[in-house]
Design a protein around this ligand. Structure first.
Ligand code: SAM
Ligand code: SF4
Length: 352
């Protein structure tokens, strides 16, 4: 049980019988796990200043799971009741032959899997949008923090806004439902968020704003980047009418509808709000490390299980352990000035 928790976890006894290997995944706080975020690479063609340093050290390729292993893992989760899989990274579309994984997983849609989605920076989306639809993807999350080309180049350290806009347009043209994610950054894009939202809603895209999280060393002070979304909401309420929307996706966002734009806006506020009680998700990195909580360092090695002599039994055992250690809630705290990051792991390992 994690420090500071107020709910009592159930006692889970390791059970690795063939019957238990097919049982749904339920953690010690009786949360049913139905959502997997699967990172397929830690590499990326951008270098967002809040995500990673310019000279990022990437994992040696041999440590990364093969596409076959990624599929095998994902299929194992589907067999244990996971109905939604989001492919993420790093930037998933920079991984060679990644569409083979989408196609293979797409064949599980309607056979245990209900939704296959993707989070992308959209730099390469124009070339993949049609194939994603063909594979069965219906919705994508696209990260976009600014509409200003110079600002984008400073923020991502790459001059790629034109490709990103092309990718967003291609996704729309292919019939994908697009949601834009924007990280709110103090003094960087805070003056532009209303315009970004107005533009996105005009295009028919929902938007979710995210507070920056203290993951990994990024060369800048986290405290200088951090903009509480309560401030952003105040700013938006001076311009628009925001109505709370109770729609829940089982995820961490709280939603409002904006009367004037007709669009929906989500807020992900790990620092000002706790979203853990209904958490239904797990994250697996490209090296097969399962992190049951984005805000914690607990992990279980699925790659070792997958590469063992008895992958089925070892995997079942590893998943059982993950259910035991999934904490009741995260304990994010913003870094102190000059201190080491709260968690050494970058967001590009787990994909958000
Ligand atoms: N490369 C893809 C992209 O940018 O959409 C997928 C991976 S990226 C790590 C997933 C999401 O995490 C993006 O929306 C990004 O803005 C967000 N992100 C990255 N680092 C973050 C941080 N330290 N705090 C909050 N969000 C972060
Ligand atoms: Fe790459 Fe996404 Fe991280 Fe930006 S947020 S550096 S696009 S992984």
């Amino acid at each position: 049980m994690t420090k500071g928790s107020d709910r009592k976890p159930d006692l889970i006894v390791l059970d690795n019988t063939p019957a238990s290997r097919a049982a749904p995944l339920v953690d010690a706080f009786r949360r049913r796990i139905s959502y997997l975020r699967l990172s397929v690479t830690d590499r990326c063609d951008l270098r967002c200043t809040y995500c990673m340093p310019e000279r990022m050290t990437f994992l040696p390729k041999k440590e990364v799971l093969t596409l076959e292993e990624l599929y095998e893992l994902a299929a194992g989760f589907i067999d244990r009741g996971v109905t939604k899989i989001r492919i993420t990274g790093g930037e998933p579309l920079v991984r060679r032959d990644i569409m083979d994984l989408f196609s293979a997983l797409g064949r599980r849609l309607g056979h245990g899997l209900e939704e296959l989605t993707l989070t992308t920076n959209a730099t390469q989306l124009a070339g993949h949008a049609d194939a994603l639809v063909k594979a069965g993807v219906r919705r994508v999350n696209i990260s976009l923090d600014t509409l200003d080309r110079d600002r984008f180049a400073r923020l991502t350290r790459r001059d790629a806004l034109p490709q990103v806009m092309e990718g967003i347009a291609a996704a729309k043209a292919a019939g994908l439902k697009v949601k834009l994610n924007a990280v709110a950054l103090k003094g960087v894009n805070e003056d532009e968020l209303p315009d970004l939202i107005a533009w996105a809603h005009g295009q028919g895209h929902d938007v979710t704003l995210i507070e920056v999280m203290p993951l990994g060393d990024v060369e800048e002070e986290r405290l200088d980047q951090y903009l509480p979304l309560s401030d952003v909401r105040d700013q938006l309420e001076r311009r628009w009418t925001l109505r709370d929307n109770d729609a829940s996706t089982g995820g961490p966002a709280r939603y409002v509808d904006i009367a004037e734009t007709g669009g929906r806006l989500g807020f992900i506020t790990p620092h000002t709000n706790n979203f853990c009680a209904g958490c239904n998700r797990l994250r697996v990195t490209a090296t097969g490390q399962l992190y049951p909580c984005l805000g914690g360092s607990e992990r279980v090695d699925l790659r070792a299980a997958l590469r063992s002599d008895d992958p089925q039994a070892e995997l079942a055992d590893a998943l059982e352990r993950a259910m035991m250690i999934k904490p009741e809630k995260h304990h994010f705290r913003m870094d102190q000035r000059g201190a080491d990051p709260h968690l050494a792991r970058h967001m590009s390992m787990t994909g958000g």
